[in-house]
Design a protein around this ligand. Structure first.
Ligand SMILES: Nc1nc2c(c(=O)[nH]1)N[C@H]1C(S)=C(S)[C@@H](COP(=O)(O)OP(=O)(O)OC[C@H]3O[C@@H](n4cnc5c(=O)[nH]c(N)nc54)[C@H](O)[C@@H]3O)O[C@H]1N2
Ligand SMILES: Nc1nc2c(c(=O)[nH]1)N[C@H]1C(S)=C(S)[C@@H](COP(=O)(O)OP(=O)(O)OC[C@H]3O[C@@H](n4cnc5c(=O)[nH]c(N)nc54)[C@H](O)[C@@H]3O)O[C@H]1N2
Ligand SMILES: [Mo]
Length: 782
């Protein structure tokens, strides 16, 4: 059957499949020659930072590192296609909304500022001058600056982010929801209170020295393909790689490096994970606590035999607090609970514990499989507890590695795109810039949606991203956005957020990373910070997609100028004439950025300080904290199961396919998972399919369960048999975002629980609610 969307994929990750896929994407975007040249400048000293992901590269000076998904991100930006005024003249907003996210993306780069015209339901061209005047008029008419919201996605450069937060704070609010709120907020929250810094502690060098790498809830084959290169090297020298993932992910199993001629010629590959633990969705806290329980039991036995402790007692005594209470809590947790909640058996957990004990240096990596649950913060605390036991923090070859998503999401936060700015930073702003910044905390992503729904926020401005569908509870978010007086999106490509808009709406097209950014004093470079705190320059090499595009820093400067005028303390337009001037202000604001312009020009850039890495603990106790946590047995999933009795309630994790970048759908395949030409799939255990009385290939509807009694459904998904534990399901985001309740988020970090949604599965009913379309690949908001 040639149209069957499900075909088993037997190859490794990478390999010829990756090369073929890149060639196809370049051809599809009609950019064979320019595209190939563009690719050679990704992550080069004189080139641009790859807009794909935040994984670092060797000193940012290495020879070209091949990355299939980086290539797709570059191709998507360098495309020949244009979404210009003709497109908007041809289609009304209502008509555009009928098309899928994939189709919207395929229209190409935005070329012209556009303003929504309610009379015709079309976007029409607007001058930059009028666009800024309109925003200024709305902002200045608000009774309070706190009624405006300023979202940021993670591609924004340090320079743009710094100016943006400065403008917004001078305007008068800390309403900075950002994509981080939905991403690694749980990591920042957990690490900050535990080790005093909210970032990872490792560098690439540590990957060369580690004896074991534990990977929790991350799919590097798709989302951080360059990480596979490091893992491959590590595996080859005998480092144990232990993966914790409910799904079998090909990239964690085998990888063929397209740069290795022998591996390619012989169709060979390298085994990545030495051990693969298929735990239940949300089972990580239990599994890690079990590993720790094993370690403590073995340590007690060793001590009883009169042998040396298996823990790093010197480190625990000299650097940590709370060990005794923590150990007591671990001992009190029953193995039965650990086994039931992790979905692993005792032998598997003890086996992982043995690997940990036998490895001198251990790195723990994690991704969205860890951060998007109700209990994400304690889970990350548990990962860190595990590291602390044997001093696996702040020394070579060991440490914590939350693998960041967007290419500058970490830098944006460093620049204080943050709704809860610390007082010391605000004091510094006041001292350096002479205005009084607002002191009250602002809205995060969930808070911003609630405020819009309640009418407490009336202007929504987005620096990048796709707020309408990246956020939880798509219908609720749409209601909020539609209540606004004005919605503005600074973006490169047409997306759903342009179509779910306020009474007034603007689309402001900006330059991408790959493009030459020409200002008064010549072409400009921007800076970004990768997942391991390295800051380096990025300069575009392609001519802009249209001569009407402005850079993000220029957009902020013009907006500030239009809104604040003579009220402002800053010479906005002068600042963007030369980005060195912006970097000088960054240097004055953050001590870590001293001599910014000089240091960032050293090839490879520089690394920001990280106190935890130096074993200095910026916590109230002055020490690294062991933090005890119960294995949760009363989460929304447990409650939903109790309520439903006999009807099976599944735990749904929403995840990325191989052909997407968050809400950007590049293609309809998910090669490594064997899915082709279809996105509405539901990965399900074969026994669960049988127990439902259904068969693979049937279409089903999903309804999520939440105690707020709102009915949330997502319709028409194809049942696909997959190697995943019973009771667990996986499907793609953003199609499943309507199922994530706005009120369901992680404790402390408020990250939406998009990896653990309680759902029931029923046969598909073809009613008016099902995605109609032109488009089965579905707009999630209609
Ligand atoms: N090509 C590409 N690259 C990307 C992105 C993209 O969309 N496309 N997105 C970027 C962004 S912003 C981010 S944040 C990162 C995201 O990169 P990842 O962190 O890899 O994100 P996901 O694909 O959402 O899923 C992660 C993995 O978690 C597993 N998982 C689900 N639930 C659980 C659980 O309870 N426990 C465990 N242990 N595992 C679980 C899933 O099976 C999946 O393998 O990638 C970045 N890079
Ligand atoms: N259910 C579920 N929901 C999730 C997640 C999940 O795993 N499951 N993951 C969450 C995570 S980790 C994240 S980070 C968020 C992502 O949320 P966002 O960051 O809001 O979404 P993206 O899809 O990355 O944004 C894509 C859009 O950014 C614009 N863009 C691209 N490049 C540029 C640029 O250089 N400048 C500007 N101004 N715009 C640009 C394009 O117009 C494109 O349409 O989604 C979150 N939502
Ligand atoms: Mo992310």
């Amino acid at each position: 059957m040639s149209h069957d969307p499900i075909r088993k994929y037997d190859g490794p990750a990478g390999g010829w499949g990756a090369l073929k896929s890149v060639a196809r994407h370049l051809i599809e975007q009609d950019i064979e020659i320019k595209g190939a040249k563009t690719l050679l400048h990704a992550n080069q000293p004189d080139g641009f930072d790859c807009p794909g992901c935040a994984w670092p590269d060797r000193d940012h000076t290495s020879t070209f590192e091949f990355c299939e998904n980086g290539a797709k991100a570059v191709a998507a930006e360098a495309t020949k296609f244009r979404a210009g005024p003709e497109l908007f003249a041809k289609y009304s907003v209502a008509q555009l909304a009928e098309y899928s996210d994939y189709w919207l993306e395929q229209q190409g780069r935005l070329t012209t500022p556009m303003r929504y015209d309610a009379a015709t339901d079309h976007y029409v061209p607007v001058s930059w001058y009028d666009a800024f005047a309109l925003i200024a008029q709305h902002l200045n008419a608000l009774p309070s600056p706190d009624e405006a919201i300023f979202y940021t996605s993670g591609r924004t450069s340090n320079e743009a982010a710094f100016l943006y937060q400065l403008f917004v704070r001078e305007y008068g609010t800390n309403n900075f929801p950002d994509c981080s709120n939905m991403c690694h907020e749980s990591s920042g929250t957990a690490l900050k209170k535990q080790i005093g810094v909210g970032k990872g502690t490792v560098s690439l060098h540590d990957f060369e020295k580690a004896d074991a790498i534990f990977i929790f809830g991350q799919n590097p084959g798709t989302n951080h393909p360059r990480m596979l290169g490091e893992l491959r090297e590590a595996a080859r020298r005998g480092c144990r790689i232990v993966s914790f993932n409910p799904l079998r992910e090909r990239g964690l199993e085998r990888f063929a490096d397209p740069q290795d001629k022998l591996e390619m010629m012989t169709y060979g590959s390298t085994k990545i994970s030495s051990d693969y633990l298929q735990l239940k969705i949300g089972g990580d806290l239990a599994a890690i606590k079990g590993i720790i329980k094993h370690v403590l039991e073995r340590d007690a036995e060793a001590l009883a035999r009169g042998e040396a402790s298996l823990l790093d007692r010197g480190f625990i005594d000299g650097h940590t607090a709370g060990f005794d209470a923590f150990a007591e809590d671990v001992r009190a947790e029953a193995w039965e609970t650990i086994i039931a909640e992790s979905g692993l058996d005792e032998a598997q957990i003890r086996h992982a514990g043995e690997i940990y004990l036998r490895s001198g240096r251990v790195i723990a990596c994690w991704g969205m499989g860890i951060t998007q649950h109700k209990h994400s913060v304690p889970t990350i605390n548990m990962i860190t507890n595990l590291l602390l036991l044997r001093g696996n923090l702040g020394r070579e070859g060991a440490g914590a590695c939350p693998v960041r998503g967007h290419s500058n999401v970490q830098g944006d936060r460093t620049m204080m795109i943050y709704e809860k700015p610390p007082a010391a930073f605000l004091d510094r702003i006041e001292q350096v810039f002479g205005f009084e910044p607002p002191r009250a905390d602002g809205y995060d992503t969930v808070g911003a949606i609630e405020a819009m729904i309640e009418g407490k926020a009336r202007v929504f401005f987005a620096m990048g991203g796709n707020f309408a569908i990246a956020t939880p509870d798509s219908d609720a978010t749409a209601r909020g956005l539609r209540r606004c007086d004005l919605t503005v999106n600074v973006t490169t490509k047409l997306n759903r957020s342009h179509l779910v808009h306020g009474r007034d709406a603007l689309i402001l097209p900006c330059l991408g990373r790959t493009e030459i950014d020409l200002q008064d004093t010549g072409p400009q470079a921007v800076t970004v910070e990768d997942s391991m705190s390295m800051v380096h320059l990025s300069s575009g090499i392609n001519p802009p997609a249209s001569d009407q595009l402005l850079s993000e820093p220029a957009i902020v400067a013009h907006l500030a100028n239009a809104t604040l005028g003579v009220r402002s303390k800053l010479p906005w337009l002068w600042l963007v004439g030369d980005y060195d001037r912006i970097r000088d202000l960054v240097a004055k604001t953050f001590d870590d950025f001293h001599d910014f312009n000089a240091r960032v020009r050293v090839p490879g850039g520089f690394r920001l300080s990280n106190t935890a890495r130096d074993r200095v603990w910026n916590t109230p106790s002055g020490r690294a904290n062991f933090i005890a946590a119960q294995v949760p047995t009363d989460n929304p999933i447990h409650r939903a199961r109790r309520m439903r009795g006999a009807q099976p309630v599944f735990t749904l994790a929403t995840t990325r396919s191989h052909d997407q970048y968050n809400t950007t759908v590049y293609g309809l395949d998910d090669r490594y998972r064997g899915v082709f030409g279809e996105r509405r799939v539901l990965f399900t255990n074969a026994d669960d399919i049988a127990a439902l009385g259904m068969k693979a290939g049937d279409w089903v509807d999903l309804e999520s369960l939440c105690d707020d009694c709102v009915r949330r459904t997502a319709k028409r998904f194809l049942l696909v048999e997959y190697d995943i534990p019973r009771g667990c399901l996986a499907a793609y985001y953003p199609e499943t975002n309507p199922l994530v309740p706005l009120s369901s988020f992680a404790d402390e970090s408020r990250t939406p629980t998009s990896k653990s949604i309680p759902v029931v599965v029923t046969p598909h009913v073809n009613d008016a609610d099902a995605p109609r379309q032109r488009d089965i690949h579905a707009s999630v908001v209609r």
